[in-house]
Design a protein around this ligand. Structure first.
Ligand SMILES: [Zn+2]
Length: 235
């Protein structure tokens, strides 16, 4: 039994070997010489099932969410929930005003600005709001877990990085990927716990992971979630 689809391509007579390729554009393609039977193809696919599934999962995690357009009616993630964005053109203001009320982002943008400027201002206002609020909430979480472990930290920085979720420097500065503001709370908690545990152990040996587990027994699920869903988190 396979739970993926595949295409069979019968190549020219000159080709004597069979192969399986997996690409985002074409999916799973089995290339075989014309004389190979269907049952032989099935057997070949079955033998490679583990590898095919693993590769498909990897491709999946590279999927990209469509880029944000910063327009009225779009939804934006905030700690794991999607909230609608409402954009209002307002007279008498010089800079955008953003509020998050009743589970909705509402941005007032200066009516006299060009659409291009308005879009740019809107994006900047959203990012500023995300960073202010995200930092406030991540700081609360860090405060909670450092108190539990009886450790102190120097400062917290939210960074624009692509693949690292967090890091802890020798000077006990805690850095977090700003995209975390979009992840569900339990995922953010895991990353915070991970970095706070580095204030105790500056390594990834067993004692470190035991400490992580003591604060987040489901940490392995959370690591997996990040690997699978990181592409959903875009500002
Ligand atoms: Zn680490």
């Amino acid at each position: 039994m396979t739970d993926f689809k595949y295409k069979v391509v019968r190549s020219s007579r000159r080709r004597f070997s069979s192969s399986i390729s997996i690409t985002p554009e074409r999916g799973v393609v089995v290339s075989v010489p014309p004389w190979v039977s269907l049952s032989a193809i099935e057997k070949m696919v079955q033998e490679k099932t583990d590898w095919i599934i693993k590769t498909l999962e990897k491709l999946d995690s590279y999927k990209r969410k469509p880029a944000k357009r910063y327009v009225d009616g779009e939804t934006h993630l905030y700690f794991g929930e999607e909230y609608p964005l409402s954009v209002v053109s307002a007279v008498g203001i010089a800079t955008p005003r953003l509020s998050f009320l009743y589970n909705k982002f509402e941005v007032k943008i200066p009516a006299h600005h060009t659409p291009l400027t308005q879009r740019k201002e809107l994006k900047e206002a959203m990012i500023r709001w995300y960073l202010d609020n995200g930092k406030r909430i991540i700081t609360q979480k860090v405060g909670h877990f450092t108190k539990l472990l009886g450790v102190t930290y120097n400062r917290i920085v939210l960074k624009k990085v692509s693949s690292i979720w967090g890091s802890c420097s020798r000077k006990n500065n805690l850095n977090f990927n700003r995209k975390l503001i979009m992840a569900p709370h339990e995922i953010v908690d895991y990353v915070v716990i991970h970095e706070v545990c580095h204030l105790v152990h500056h390594h990834h040996r067993k004692t470190f992971w035991d400490l992580v587990r003591s604060l987040d027994p489901k940490y392995k699920d959370h690591v997996r979630w990040l690997k699978k869903n990181h592409y959903l988190l875009t500002i």
